[in-house]
Design a protein around this ligand. Structure first.
Ligand code: ATR
Length: 274
């Protein structure tokens, strides 16, 4: 008798273009884990109902993407410290004792930058562009690496200030608007804005990237994103998109569910080649 595979899914809206089913199928094949993983479209306001239905039908865990990460945060019975801070959950683990919520976005970013690309965050001057959910989700894991300073810049400067105040017990965090960046310099610029959806880079003044500085866009696309292109124009030593982060956050989720680390380089390469 063949064993039924354990069931996992990603919930979001939209969800049709999610790469997560492909990533987790590659992880499962590679590690011989008996699981199936699907993409489920959920209507606005219906997250809790959909998640409960999936759990009641025997589902073992969920990934959660836009716009439901805050709903998943509310849904979880028990939160990891990083998810608690992020105010957002991208991984739910259904256990006998309750639903655990975690956020693997920040660790995924750090694993890609530091593990795959050999970057050292300690002692660096970091500029984080954006103050929405994506920015908030990565702040604690970034600060845990002990950068020299982290400046959050946002179109709406008040939101950057709010975020800085929320995290400044964890390290040297400050905030400003984009125009105030002129004349300052950073070793690493991370783009966590949604500007890329319109194929534009956020309006960062020229000269803000230090010599040998790196750029990293949390978004990715088949073509280099507007921010990745901007990084090259500014003379970046590296200008990376978020495909590696996507695969690494998935690997963190897979490990939380299965207790096994999948190998990620071949999966990143597979996705990169289409
Ligand atoms: P996400 O979950 O992707 O972070 P969000 O919470 O809606 O989405 O946040 C979007 C972020 O992108 C915000 O920081 C937003 O700036 P505002 O707070 O000023 O709205 C930023 N953003 C969106 N479009 C932008 C653009 N064209 N230029 C610069 N920043 C932009």
């Amino acid at each position: 008798m063949t064993q039924e595979p354990d069931r996992y899914a990603v919930m979001g809206n939209p969800i049709a273009h999610s790469q997560s089913p492909r990533i987790h199928a590659l992880f499962a094949a590679q590690t011989s884990q008996p699981l199936e993983y699907r993409a489920l479209l959920v209507e606005p306001g219906q997250f809790a109902t959909a998640a409960r239905t999936f759990q009641d039908a025997g589902g073992r865990g969920l990934n959660v993407t836009v716009p439901f990460k805050p709903d998943a945060w509310v849904f979880a019975d028990l939160l990891s410290a990083r998810a608690e801070r992020a105010g957002a959950v991208n991984t739910l683990i259904f256990e006998a004792g309750g639903v655990r919520g975690d956020n693997t976005d920040g660790p995924g970013l750090v694993r890609d930058l530091c593990g795959n690309h050999g970057y050292k965050l300690a002692g660096r001057r970091i500029l984080l562009l954006g103050a929405g959910g994506a920015a908030r989700g990565i702040l604690q894991p970034l600060l845990a690496e002990q950068p020299a300073q982290l400046v959050i810049a946002n179109r709406t400067a008040g939101k950057a200030l709010e975020l800085a105040l929320r995290f400044n017990d964890l390290g040297r965090v400050s905030s400003c608007g984009f125009a105030e960046l002129a004349g300052r310099q950073f070793d690493l610029i991370l783009n966590a804005t949604a500007a890329g959806l319109d194929d534009v880079a956020p309006p960062v003044p020229d000269g803000v990237l230090a010599a040998e500085g790196w750029c990293y866009d949390l978004m990715y696309g088949h073509e280099p994103t507007a921010f990745v292109r901007w990084g090259w124009e500014q003379g970046a030593a590296q200008s990376l998109d978020g495909l590696g982060m996507l695969v690494e956050q998935a690997a963190e989720s897979f490990h939380l569910w299965r207790g096994v680390w999948p190998e990620t380089r071949s999966v990143i390469a597979a996705l990169r080649s289409g």
